[in-house]
Ligand binder design. Structure first.
Ligand SMILES: Nc1nc2c(c(=O)[nH]1)N=C([C@H](O)[C@H](O)COP(=O)(O)OP(=O)(O)OP(=O)(O)O)CN2
Ligand SMILES: [Zn+2]
Length: 148
């Protein structure tokens, strides 16, 4: 008899955190920053209640019945998202954003890179960040190769 087919599934978990930031690029003048980012360039910043949904993809283990133990995923997300970001000024408290503009796109990349170090290789599938209910970024680890 043929062995049962391996089944792939995607498992997601959400967290929310609060942080403030200012959109400001060191590559631009103050005038250019104001023109590009508008109110989001306010020198004293502004805050968001971010929501992050992390999705892991893998085989449903026939013994455990799980792709990943959600209790483990909770701990990884605590370490990769909550500890560095919750109740922080992203630009001043998180060294990564000293040189990188704290857009939601870059926040999704930061979270991806942090999680990738903790999860089993190849299982991280998607990081979805809600800056607001209306402003949403998805990052799936994709890179565009430079021609240099
Ligand atoms: N591509 C991106 N554009 C913008 C980002 C971003 O992360 N990536 N971020 C911002 C600001 O951080 C800002 O907080 C969002 O401003 P806005 O769209 O005006 O959202 P508001 O909730 O303040 O306004 P609503 O009109 O209620 O949506 C800007 N751009
Ligand atoms: Zn913002």
């Amino acid at each position: 008899m043929a062995p049962p087919a391996a089944r792939l599934a995607r498992v997601s978990r959400a967290v929310t955190f609060s942080a403030c930031h200012r959109l400001h690029s060191k590559s631009l003048s103050n005038e250019e920053n104001l023109k590009l980012f508008g109110k989001c360039n306010n020198p004293n910043g502004h805050g968001h209640n971010y929501k992050v949904i992390v999705t892991v993809r893998g085989e449903i283990d026939p013994v455990s019945g799980m792709v990943i133990n959600l209790t483990d995923l909770k701990e990884y997300m605590q370490e990769a998202i909550m500890e560095p970001l919750d109740h922080k000024n992203l630009d001043k408290d998180v060294p990564y954003f000293a040189e990188v503009v704290s857009t939601t796109e870059n926040l999704a990349v930061f979270i991806w890179e942090n999680l990738k170090k903790l999860l089993p290789v190849g299982t991280l599938y998607k990081v979805k960040v809600y800056e607001t209910d209306q402003n949403i970024v998805v990052y799936k680890g994709e890179e565009i190769m430079s021609e240099k």
